[in-house]
Write a protein that binds this ligand. Sequence first.
Ligand code: HEM
Ligand SMILES: *[C@@H]1O[C@H](CO)[C@@H](O)[C@H](O)[C@H]1NC(C)=O
Ligand SMILES: *[C@@H]1O[C@H](CO)[C@@H](O)[C@H](O)[C@H]1NC(C)=O
Ligand SMILES: *[C@@H]1O[C@H](CO)[C@@H](O)[C@H](O)[C@H]1NC(C)=O
Ligand SMILES: *[C@@H]1O[C@H](CO)[C@@H](O)[C@H](O)[C@H]1NC(C)=O
Ligand SMILES: *[C@@H]1O[C@H](CO)[C@@H](O)[C@H](O)[C@H]1NC(C)=O
Ligand SMILES: *[C@@H]1O[C@H](CO)[C@@H](O)[C@H](O)[C@H]1NC(C)=O
Ligand SMILES: *[C@@H]1O[C@H](CO)[C@@H](O)[C@H](O)[C@H]1NC(C)=O
Length: 336
Amino acid sequence: MGSKNSMSVTVRVLMVALLLCASMSINNSQLSTTFYSKTCPHLFSIVFFVIANASITDQRIGASLLRLHFHDCFVQGCDASILLNNTATIESEQDAFPNINSIRGLDVVNKIKTAVEADCPNTVSCADILALAAQISVSMGGGPQWSVPLGRRDSLTANRSLANQDLPPPFATLPQLKDFFSRQGLDTTDLVALSGAHTIGRAHCRNFVNRLYNFNNTGNPDPTLNTNYLQTLRMICPQDGSGDNNNLTNLDVSTPNKFDNKYYSNLVSQEGLLQSDQELYSTPGADTITLVNTYSNDMHSFFDQFTDSIIKMGNISVLTGNQGEIRSQCNFVNGP
Ligand code: HEM
Ligand SMILES: *[C@@H]1O[C@H](CO)[C@@H](O)[C@H](O)[C@H]1NC(C)=O
Ligand SMILES: *[C@@H]1O[C@H](CO)[C@@H](O)[C@H](O)[C@H]1NC(C)=O
Ligand SMILES: *[C@@H]1O[C@H](CO)[C@@H](O)[C@H](O)[C@H]1NC(C)=O
Ligand SMILES: *[C@@H]1O[C@H](CO)[C@@H](O)[C@H](O)[C@H]1NC(C)=O
Ligand SMILES: *[C@@H]1O[C@H](CO)[C@@H](O)[C@H](O)[C@H]1NC(C)=O
Ligand SMILES: *[C@@H]1O[C@H](CO)[C@@H](O)[C@H](O)[C@H]1NC(C)=O
Ligand SMILES: *[C@@H]1O[C@H](CO)[C@@H](O)[C@H](O)[C@H]1NC(C)=O
């Protein structure tokens, strides 16, 4: 009797497990690195070649694509909401303060989408294109390679006010930065490792000029800014005319186009460009200091953690299964 009962319990458990497996394979709520291996086997090389071609005329394109994935994921999840243009029903996130006159690469994303659609129509989401483009950009810059979990679907909505609220500003202090990241399920290690993305790309004067002349109303520059670097930055961003100063400078003063760990050694020599960068090393007693030291001394530990953290970031509130849609044009939801 007893053994017969426990048998049927085992059988029932197995049946439930089988049903769960079956419903999972239909719903596909988890991302998978092989998601398109049957439906779009050449996806990676299509994305790769469009970016490689764009890099010939625009050395900065990889940085801009990497940032798009970040700005997508932090606003209602990695769902390509950032790509939606203004329409009667969409208030584009592209016009939110952290994005306006700042994000780049939307045209290249559209070129990728066109090339992908030509090979695999109605199959690959714009959100997955952003995640793949970020990985390809990092590895083309000399950074780590990883297999990108795929299977995201595209949103039917965008949220400009959420973009204004959830994207961290360059003037944030360390406790504020930690808060922005923890709201996305990312921890302090993720914050430090993902900030290493600033090993490539550029920033406008308006995002750091506050550190150069009258920091925090002290009448002096930011004391955590290397004085030689300060002189260089003051030439690029003069005090007067800083209002309409569109000058750009490199986020990584040592190796501006190479994805390496120099971002962290810059922080150690007080040559972080943004306040949000330097805070990671110069906040007294902070738990981020040892991480900065580790990554500045050991590129592989940075690369390993960056890989883990960007996969984690790429998993934020993704749409899967039959949620959302596969957009046919990344800037607009599909027509009625
Ligand atoms: C930790 C909080 C962060 C803040 C406050 C921040 C802020 C900024 C700012 C202000 C710029 C310059 C924008 C401009 O002047 O036009 C920038 C550029 C950039 N950010 Fe961040 N960022 C953060 C984290 C990240 C993360 C997590 C990534 C990616 C994983 C990232 C990738 C980039 C890249 C690649 C650029 C250069 C883009 C280009 O040259 O087009 N950032 N960031
Ligand atoms: C290659 O790059 C050039 C210059 O940016 C651009 O005009 C062209 O459309 C690109 N071709 C492809 C296939 O992406
Ligand atoms: C979407 O808006 C951007 C400006 O944010 C513009 O450059 C682009 O041409 C628009 N795309 C389409 C397909 O209308
Ligand atoms: C945007 O997000 C906020 C906060 O989650 C929410 O209250 C609001 O309804 C959203 N707006 C749109 C247009 O989805
Ligand atoms: C700016 O000044 C305020 C008030 O003096 C102080 O509490 C705050 O810590 C300062 N911020 C920075 C980043 O130094
Ligand atoms: C832009 O930077 C250059 C130096 O790189 C400087 O000579 C020029 O005055 C700056 N322009 C403005 C508008 O600040
Ligand atoms: C992605 O998110 C799902 C759902 O929250 C979770 O079950 C899964 O473990 C996450 N995967 C990674 C790699 O973080
Ligand atoms: C997929 O499964 C998840 C988790 O069980 C569920 O929340 C979601 O609604 C399902 N989506 C669809 C389209 O069935």
